[in-house]
Unconditional design. Structure first.
Length: 245
């Protein structure tokens, strides 16, 4: 499928609010999950092959999303469950303790902004920006505070999942019509498809390590756009709005 670069006319209204994803859009996140997963696989190396451990962990994470939601704490619990299941309950307390330490290290990790983020936000100064992220409330709040970006946003929305219904509630609170909203992020599944379905613009900004659960087929739709980097976002918005000047 083809994602449009903003050159096709859509007939939509001016953009009143811009939503931005957080993890792997504004700052690094998945990198730390991959590093931790590697240590987890090594920890259980005597019990199964590395690829089998990683595959089992992913299956457990998928199954647990409805229970724990998105985020590091759910990942920790999924690692513990995977370790117990793969060892038929023989995993010792020290190994479980190490798994918990790995998760705690992730929770304490500094927030590293991705290249071009400050400059893009500078270029969007004066616009109505909404940070829209999903996952554990405490961890989300910690990351937002540590990022130093909180003051850049008119509102921060921390939601359990990103569905058309969730976005509709965000837009209702903001008093913004869907066709006047644009959402940008690294997840096709969470940041583009539900917003396009709702009637807004979805902008896909790929990250090399986006979690496989967030992958989805790209729609061939005039309100779905793809950019190389977040630095290109201000120019895209200008192009979209120039047609209504």
């Amino acid at each position: 499928m083809i994602l449009h670069d903003g050159d096709g006319k859509t007939g939509d209204a001016m953009i009143e609010a811009i939503g931005l994803d957080a993890d792997d859009t504004l700052w690094e996140n998945e990198t730390f999950f991959r590093v931790t997963e590697g240590e987890f696989v090594a920890l259980l190396g005597d019990h199964a092959e590395g690829a089998d451990i990683a595959s089992r962990l992913l299956d457990v994470e998928r199954a647990n999303l409805a229970r724990y939601g998105f985020g590091i704490k759910g990942f920790m619990l999924s690692m513990v469950q995977t370790a117990i299941e793969l060892t038929d309950g023989r995993i010792d307390g020290r190994a479980i303790g190490r798994i918990l330490e790995l998760g705690q290290e992730m929770l304490a990790h500094p927030v590293d902004l991705l290249p071009g983020v400050p400059q893009a936000l500078d270029a969007l100064t004066g616009r109505r920006l909404i940070l829209i992220t999903k996952g554990d409330l405490i961890d989300r709040e910690r990351k937002i505070a540590a990022s130093g970006l909180a003051d850049r946003f008119d509102a921060v929305e921390i939601i359990a999942d990103k569905s058309p219904e969730s976005y509709a509630r965000v837009l209702f609170r903001a008093g913004v019509a869907p066709d006047r909203f644009l959402m940008a992020g690294n997840s096709m599944k969470s940041d583009v498809l539900p917003v396009v379905e709702l009637g807004g613009h979805g902008v896909f900004i790929p990250h090399d390590l986006t979690w496989v659960v967030e992958h989805a087929e790209a729609p061939d739709h005039p309100r779905a756009h793809r950019l190389k980097t977040i630095a290109d976002l201000p120019a895209l918005i200008d192009r979209l709005e120039s047609r209504h000047a």
